[in-house]
Every structure is written in structure tokens, then in C-alpha cells.
Design a protein around this ligand. Structure first.
Ligand code: NDP
Length: 488
């Protein structure tokens, strides 16, 4: 017979009683010295860690990325150095606005965060299932997210807050159009695209920089739910997308995505009709075609959700040699905000948690802090420079300088006559089918019908004027659905 494992306390003492507390006599009271009881209750009280302030509800899987096309002319990143090379990945999918227990089929963008465990450290591509975002400056992010969360008084979600904010921030229109199309309710996580969304850069062996956008195209085919189907599933199976992923992987039906890039030289960027670093805009495929890179397959559900998904910490700050940032203002804000969120949620040593730990060696002079569990670099010096360790800041990793030609200021493109309307209009007229247009209008009318209170008419007219500038037919149909007259 297999030898049984002994029950122990957390300190390792074999223990004999897991159900009955120690009492004085058969009727009690319970004795203070029953430490095992304290340990059980006290640890239970501390099981929850702060949930993510956004992207709280999610699921994850491990897998592998395989290079299928040579892109070494653009990047010296080791993970792309040879066709056929593979790299372990962790992907976390999520909704954005809901709490940890919220329904998977809410109308919301979906988070699409990928951690590549490369030999040069972790590269985190932390994007969404949409190529654009609601706002282009991180300074707006807390305000925007407040409108997606709960009303401070009623503690209810508030369509009034949402549309008030969107109508006052027309740069959101492109993302709003995607959100209210059926792509705002994808059929699980396997049948949707992922996008790095920001503009990043790649640097090649000649130290030349090129601007890049990342696209993960689902090989399961894009499949969406109608608003009505999504509503039903919210009640019937709130964990619909998580279940779909877990069950597909359990039966060996491993989902795959093709990673592709768009690239833009700095000369092209200077001449581009739009700001190429503005996350509310896409680079049209016709001008900047997709280039194949590789295939990502997910094939393993982590053995423990809390250990590997709840504690997973993705950060756009985590780049590797050959891949870097861009002046995208949202990206710049996220470089700060994500690691800051992890330090709050998981502690200063969150990169030491096994799921976050790189496969490459880690050498630096940061020490101590809560939950330091990697030996704290033992007796090696905790300052730099020093005469004792042989850690060098290797010059070969230095990035080429980026020449800037502007003054320092705020609000560059607020007054710049920005075009918030052409791309959402193109999406509505040229990309959507008749059925998708009908569904989008239906979804918008349904959501805007929830606007209440004394500012209702004002908010509706302000949003209709944005729809009108994108596509007059869209505005008239939404107005008709809301039974209001569009004031031009
Ligand atoms: P293309 O016709 O070359 O590409 C259209 C893209 O739109 C495809 O990638 C398609 O994804 C995607 N798509 C289809 N329906 C929706 C939807 N409801 N919401 C979001 N994306 C959708 O067009 P252009 O590159 O010239 O761009 C036209 C418009 O398409 C843009 O203004 C933008 O709104 C949208 N778009 C553009 C992307 C880009 O990076 N250029 C990326 C995604 C959307 P798939 O191929 O997987 O079906």
C-alpha cells in the first residue's frame, strides 16, 4: 500500500486532529492552545489578495510560441532569431470592468496578456482583443475606469456615467464602435483576436529602430455572440469563456493564434497622416500589411489557478533586447502603472513568484522587502558599483538614441483638430456587414436607453453628434431607436 502523507501544521509538525477543537470537557469552551485551529481560521481570513482594479475576472493557460517566419531584419530579439525556435508562454484572458465574480459575457473589451519566457528575460505583450483604446493619455485612465465601475452612491453600474464620459471624450468613439459591435461580446476567449494595441519598436543587429504593431489572429475563426445571446449566458453560465478554454484544452483541442506584425519606418512615421503613436487609431492594413511571425498554441491549464493566474503579473514594462517602447502616451503611463499595481497587489518581490520568475538569470542590487523568497542574493553586495561582484551593465544592450524635435508641453493634440471620426466611420461602412451594422445599432440603442436623469437629453445629443460625424446614417438610426430627434 502507498504510504500516506502525514497531516502537518504549516511549520511541519505532524498533527493528529483536523476537525474537532480541543475543549475543556465535552461541552467546551475551546482552549486557546489549539494552535491548529488558529492557524486554519487565521489563514482562511487572509486567503484573498486585492483583486486587480481592472481585468479582475480572468483565466489563463500555458503554451508555446513557435517562430514560422524570419523577422531578424527588424529585430535582434533572441526569441525570433531562428525559424522553428519555440518559447514557453503564459496567456491571461480577462474582461475589464467587472469584479472577480462577474460574468464572462459582459459587453467589454477582453484582456489578452501574453508572457514570453525568453532566454533574455520575460517579454510581456499586454494587450486587448481590440486594436485601439478609449483614451490616448494615461492621465485620463482613472476617470475613464470610474465610469465603467460602480456609481459612488447607488453602487450600480451607470450607463449615464459611461455615455457622459464617452460623449465628452470623442477620442473614445473608435473603441466604442468596436465595443458595441458583436466583437464586444466574443464567443469565449479562443475565437477572438488579440492586439498589442500600442505602437512598440523593434531594434535589429545594426541598431536600427522600426515602429511595430502586434496582432494575434485567432486560428479558431472569429466568432461572436449577439447581445441577446450574451445576456442569456450571463445568467446561465457566468464562467462561459473560462469553461470554454479549460474544456477545450482538457480534451486536447489546443487553441492557436498567428502572431503578425505591421512595421513603419521613422521616415514613414513622420509622413503618416495620423500620429502613429496614438492608440485610438489603427495603421490601415492596405498601407501597412501584416507580416507573419509565428504561431502561439495554448496547451496546458495551470495546475493551480491562484499560483499561476491570480498571481501572474504582466507588465508592458517587461521588454527584451530587440523590442522596445514608443512615445505612445498610454504605453508610457502603463509602463509605470502595471508594475506599481503588482507591487500593491503582490508585494515588492512579485517577480520572485514562480509564475513571474524569468528562466534567465537575474542579477541586480535590489534587496529585502516583504516576501523575499529567493535567498535575497545571499552575501553578494547590495550596492553598485562595487569591487566584489562581477555584475556589469553591458553596453551592447544600449538602445540607439531617439531624436525628438518638439518642445515640452501638455495637450499637444487636444487642439490639433484631431480626426476622431474617419476610422470609426470606415469600420461601420466598409468593414461591417449589414447584419453587423444592424446589431451594432441595436446594441448602442439598448445601452443608451439606460441613460437617466436631468442630463439625459444633453448626453444623448452630444453622443449622437459624434456618431453623425462618423456616419450620418448611424446617428439617424440610433436617434430613431431612442425615439429622439437628432439636433444637427
Ligand atoms: P481591413 O479591411 O484591412 O481590416 C479590417 C479589420 O477589422 C480586420 O482585421 C478584421 O479582423 C477587423 N474587424 C472586423 N470587424 C470588426 C469589428 N466589428 N470590430 C473590430 N475589428 C473588426 O481594414 P483597414 O486596415 O483599412 O481598417 C479599416 C477599419 O477596420 C479600421 O478603421 C478599424 O476600425 C478596423 N480594424 C483595423 C485594424 C488594423 O490594424 N488596420 C485591426 C482591426 C480593426 P479579422 O481580419 O480578424 O476579421
Amino acid at each position: 500500500m502507498e504510504k500516506k502523507k502525514k497531516l502537518t501544521t504549516a511549520s511541519g509538525r505532524p498533527y493528529f486532529e483536523n476537525e474537532d477543537s480541543m475543549t475543556a470537557g465535552p461541552r467546551g469552551p475551546v482552549l486557546l492552545q489549539d494552535y491548529y485551529l488558529h492557524e486554519k481560521l487565521a489563514h482562511f481570513n487572509r486567503e484573498r489578495i486585492p483583486e486587480r482594479v481592472v481585468h479582475a475576472k480572468g483565466t489563463g493557460a500555458f503554451g508555446k510560441f513557435t517562430v514560422t517566419n524570419d523577422i531578424t531584419r527588424f529585430t535582434k530579439a533572441k526569441l525570433f532569431s531562428k525559424v522553428g525556435d519555440t518559447c514557453k508562454v503564459l496567456v491571461r484572458f480577462s474582461t475589464v470592468g467587472g469584479e472577480k465574480g462577474s460574468a464572462d459575457t459582459e459587453r467589454d473589451p477582453r484582456g489578452f496578456a501574453v508572457k514570453f519566457y525568453t532566454e533574455d528575460g520575460n517579454w510581456d505583450l499586454v494587450g486587448n482583443n481590440t486594436p485601439v483604446f478609449f483614451i490616448k493619455d494615461a492621465k485620463k485612465f482613472p476617470d475613464f475606469i470610474h465610469t465603467q465601475k460602480r456609481d459612488p452612491k447607488t453602487n450600480l453600474k451607470s450607463p449615464t456615467m459611461m455615455w457622459d464620459y464617452w460623449s465628452l471624450n470623442p477620442e473614445s468613439l473608435h473603441q466604442v464602435m468596436i465595443l458595441f459591435s458583436d466583437r464586444g461580446t466574443p464567443d469565449g476567449y479562443r475565437k477572438m483576436n488579440g492586439y498589442g494595441s500600442h505602437t512598440y519598436s523593434m531594434i535589429n543587429v545594426k541598431n536600427e529602430r522600426i515602429w511595430v504593431k502586434f496582432h494575434f489572429k485567432t486560428l479558431q475563426g472569429n466568432k461572436t455572440l449577439t447581445g441577446a445571446e450574451a445576456e442569456v449566458l450571463k445568467g446561465k453560465d457566468p464562467d462561459y469563456a473560462q469553461r470554454d478554454l479549460v474544456e477545450a484544452i482538457a480534451k486536447g483541442d489546443f487553441p492557436k493564434w498567428a502572431l503578425k506584425i505591421q512595421v513603419m519606418t521613422d521616415e514613414q512615421a513622420k509622413k503618416f497622416k495620423l500620429n502613429p503613436f496614438d492608440i485610438t487609431k489603427v495603421w490601415p492594413h492596405g498601407e501597412y500589411p501584416l507580416i507573419d511571425v509565428g504561431i502561439m498554441e495554448l496547451n496546458e491549464i495551470p495546475a493551480n489557478y491562484f499560483a499561476s493566474v491570480e498571481q501572474a503579473a504582466f507588465a508592458p514594462a517587461n521588454i527584451v533586447d530587440g523590442i522596445s517602447f514608443s512615445p505612445d502616451k498610454m504605453l508610457q503611463g502603463r509602463i509605470l502603472a502595471y508594475p506599481d499595481a503588482h507591487r500593491y497587489r503582490l508585494g515588492a518581490n512579485y517577480e520572485q513568484i514562480p509564475v513571474n520568475r524569468p528562466i534567465s538569470e537575474v542579477h541586480h542590487h535590489q534587496r529585502d522587502g516583504m516576501m523575499n523568497v529567493d535567498g535575497n542574493k545571499e552575501d553578494s553586495p547590495n550596492y553598485y558599483p562595487n569591487s566584489f561582484d562581477d555584475i556589469e551593465a553591458d553596453e551592447s544592450y544600449r538602445e540607439p538614441p531617439l531624436k525628438l524635435d518638439s518642445d515640452m508641453a501638455y495637450a499637444y493634440d487636444r487642439n490639433e483638430n484631431d480626426d476622431f471620426y474617419t476610422q470609426p466611420g470606415a469600420l461601420f461602412r466598409k468593414v461591417m456587414t449589414d447584419q453587423e451594422r444592424t446589431n451594432t445599432i441595436y446594441n448602442i440603442v439598448g445601452a443608451m436607453s439606460g441613460i437617466t436623469g436631468e442630463k439625459r437629453a444633453e448626453i444623448i445629443q452630444r453622443q449622437l453628434s459624434h456618431f453623425y460625424k462618423a456616419d450620418p446614417d448611424l446617428a439617424f438610426k440610433v436617434a430613431e431607436g431612442l425615439q429622439v430627434t437628432l439636433k444637427q
